[in-house]
Write a protein that binds this ligand. Structure first.
Ligand code: AQP
Length: 339
């Protein structure tokens, strides 16, 4: 029986069109959204305004935007049931970002660890947009009066800030204008690590293609990357304790666990005393089975820009309708002329 959506819940999430979408983006985000769409109203955004906060991501933005749209659809997000659209197509994101920034103390932004990581040593030269990125993220969520936001480990602090901004705004105008958005933590793959270094996050921007499984990788490439994934010279762990100080092994077991829904203990039991090669072969099989299907579908979708663009235009119209009303109400609450 088809279940009806929970009308009072509105889920918002997004991915940056920065190229090289990978298994971490899928297991840590997109796959969870596929489950959420069945019972909830969902808005899935392609956050291109966020992508331009770093100079290396400003090229190929159009191609990367279509790649994210294709990944959403190929992974099972239904464009008829949900709103899929591009952030820069709805002016309300930038507008609300400014309005919220006037209610955001600089001290709150100074605490954001991602800015410190991404700006590196030369903070004085970092763009203002990278610094105020979390305010834009708050605007993305609050523009639609979203109630729930699926977040990965690395976005938790930003969501906390969105909650603080919503509360500060509501307090200032003495009105519950924005719902205070709740995090949705789903799945157990909160953070996948690089296949080459178990202490580094699997990331689109890692210069080494071998560090990640891309959603566009073919079956052959997936098998090769898993074969070459870093391990160590010790045998397959016999228990949890033997995972200590073995981040690469832990990561591969975590990936297997997330893909199969077997617990780490069950995996250790299944493979202990076996050669690592056997584990890696099975891991490859599991990944090929799922990811190469997505890859084939993505490649097919990417040959049909007319279809992809029509999905995004349609999504933009739906998103704009909600956004425009909320912006109008907000301007009236602030007391601006002409509303
Ligand atoms: N390694 C990961 N493990 C689990 N989840 C991950 N996500 C990203 N990397 C991992 C989740 O994917 C969603 C979209 O991420 P994003 O596009 O906003 O950018 P990001 O978090 O900065 O992802 P990347 O891949 O690391 O990109 P770059 O290299 O451009 O910074 C988010 O929900 C994120 O948690």
């Amino acid at each position: 029986m088809e279940r009806t959506k929970t009308e009072d819940k509105l889920i918002f999430s997004g991915v940056q069109p920065t190229g090289n979408l990978h298994l971490g983006n899928y297991l840590g985000a997109i796959r969870n959204w596929v489950d959420l769409q069945n019972n909830n109203n969902c808005i899935f955004c392609i956050v291109d305004l966020h992508a331009i906060t770093t100079s290396e991501n400003r090229t190929q933005i159009l191609q990367n935007t279509r790649e994210v749209a294709a990944a959403y659809i190929a992974s099972g997000i239904d464009p008829q049931k949900n709103i899929i659209f591009v952030q820069s197509n709805v002016a309300g994101h930038s507008e609300l970002s400014w309005l919220l920034s006037c209610h955001t103390p600089i001290g709150w932004l100074n605490r954001m660890t991602q800015f410190k990581d991404k700006a590196g040593k030369n903070k004085e030269k970092a763009p203002l947009g990278l610094y105020s990125y979390p305010v834009l993220m708050a605007a993305d969520i609050l523009l639609y009066k979203s109630t729930h936001v699926p977040v990965g480990e690395d976005q938790k602090q930003h969501l906390e800030l969105s909650r603080d901004i919503a509360q500060a705004f509501n307090r200032y105008y003495n009105k519950e204008f924005f719902p205070v958005p709740e995090p949705v933590i789903s799945g157990n793959a909160t953070r996948l690590m690089s296949l080459k270094d178990g202490l580094k996050k699997m990331s689109k921007s890692d210069p080494s293609d071998q560090s990640r499984i891309n959603l566009t990788d073919s079956a052959d490439v997936i098998v090769k990357k898993i074969q070459k994934a870093k391990t160590d010279s010790d045998p397959f762990p016999l228990n949890h304790d033997q995972l200590t100080n073995r981040p690469e092994i832990k990561n591969l077991i975590n990936i297997y666990s997330t893909m199969t829904d077997l617990s780490v203990d069950e995996i250790i039991k299944k493979f202990n005393e076996k050669d690592f090669k056997i584990f890696k072969n099975e891991l490859s099989d599991v990944l090929v089975d799922k990811i190469s299907k997505i890859s084939v579908e993505m490649k097919k979708l990417l040959t049909d820009n007319i279809y992809l663009d029509s999905i995004l235009k349609n999504g933009c119209e739906k998103a704009e309708k909600i956004a425009n009303k909320n912006i109008r109400d907000l301007k009236s609450l602030i007391g601006f002329f002409g509303v």
